[in-house]
Design a protein around this ligand. Structure first.
Ligand code: ZN
Length: 105
């Protein structure tokens, strides 16, 4: 029986992370939600760098800069979207009678 590296709880070898050696519960705790965005950026940069041939380094850096700007814009728009969702949730939780009204119909 495999055990989790973190909590030492017995866990199935199938459920245990192959790379992390952690059970699903510990993995969920260790990996922050933001990692999704960061990982995407890193992957995009790696793919970008390796898809280029032996071009001028300066040109490559300026291209990388524009890619980073693009990614920043994408992240910013997501942040705004998350903020909008947060404010909607806040409105709903601030007035529970709204939920009660809707559930009547
Ligand atoms: Zn664990």
């Amino acid at each position: 029986m495999a055990t989790c590296r973190q909590c030492k709880e017995p866990t199935s070898i199938l459920l245990k992370g192959i790379f992390t050696g952690l059970c699903p519960r510990c993995r969920a705790r260790v990996i922050p939600v933001n990692l999704g965005c960061g990982t995407l950026i890193v992957i995009a940069l790696i793919v970008f760098v390796f898809s280029r041939g032996n071009e001028d380094v300066e040109l490559e850096i300026s291209r990388l800069g524009s890619v980073v700007q693009e990614l920043k814009r994408a992240v910013d728009s997501q942040t705004i979207e998350i903020q909008n969702l947060h404010s909607k949730i806040d409105k709903l939780t601030a007035s529970p009678e709204n939920i009660a009204d809707k559930s009547e119909h």
